[in-house]
Design a protein around this ligand. Sequence first.
Ligand code: SF4
Length: 432
Amino acid sequence: MKIVLISTYELGHDPFGLASPRAWLEEEGHQVRVLDLAVEGMEEGAIREAEMIAFYLPMHTATRLAAPVIGRVKGLNPGARLVAYGLYAPLNEALLRELGVEAVAGGEFESSLVKLARGEAAERICLDRLRFRTPERRDRRGRYAMLVSGGEKKRAAYTEASRGCKHLCRHCPVVPVYQGRFRVVDAEVVLADIRQQVAGGAGHVTFGDPDFFNGPAHAIRIVTALHREFPGVSYDATIKIEHLLRHRKLLDTLRETGCAFVTSAAESLDDEVLARLEKNHTRRDFLEAVALTRAAGLTLQPTFIAFTPWTTIEGYRDFLRTIAELGLVENVAPVQLVLRLLVTPGSRLLELPDLEVGPFDAKSLVYPWKHRDAEVDALGRRAFETVARLQKENRSRAEIFREVASLVSMPLDNFDLTPRAAVPYLDEPWYC
Ligand code: SF4
């Protein structure tokens, strides 16, 4: 069978969610063409010939971008079987079916795609423990994210050592699909995937696991082997604040094995907001994680949801002041200063009695909400426009931070901002 797998966006990475199912489907004898529309154009010839076309929807932005693409693909090839897979496929099933998608496959989707290609029924959400194949990345091209560190750029590989998460944070889209479970990718498969990308020129690896320390022994086994085989290759991973504290003894190992930075979803510095999100950490825990990672010589890149229905103007000012006081201005991507809480289908946020949302918006794929204080929403809009404008002008993180701080009249004269080159980062600015 001729199959096309399409991705629209995955934070500037070469998607594991294309390369992994490609390996499974090719092993079954199918002819598979992968199209990553973030770096290449639509190949109309391949679309017209395909019998099955599957859209990879790992995140919100990817799903929004995919909606018009699905319509275009259907126009080009009305007879093909359309499938959507990845985390956001089951969450947006109703809308996807309206667009003409026949089947959705969430969770561990590789085996579901194999079944669908055989013409069999497949689970809407599969949480089986799979025996992964080495992702098939031959013939991949395109300009993906680079690690920028010390004025140098390195090509960044991308892989996943696990999927799902054992936690149940209210706002997280992983939760309605994995329901507190996570599944590991065999260490040998992860290492083989890294090996092929290093052979292709990568000097850095991004681990895209929702949380790298859901299985700390698995993670450490992989980075130790990675460092032994490729001592010059660095990596980054996402680890929640709670895990940074609980597994503090492993932080030295991360540094010693080449960890360039750790991303951590701090979300808020307000304990009331953190409690509503059920993040299982407090402001104090965040401060401790900053101190621990610093002591271990690790760069922490916290991410935030700056605007929630419970954000106050004073709380936002405190957020900015704390970032500056902690010397983290260079560690926080400007977009993190302006992100707004997304209430997605299936979200546990919908259980909160004090959260009022409007009807589902099929365009933005969220339940819209308004802050009870219109001033906070106005500030959020101004801050967003400021960041978008200054990023287009290629202004530095410090300059952007100053402009955003000026919106809430926050003086920054006493703060020393580290030069940009000292903090490693990936040159893909958008996280959502
Ligand atoms: S720890 Fe992270 S991935 Fe896990 S449920 Fe919470 S937000 Fe989601």
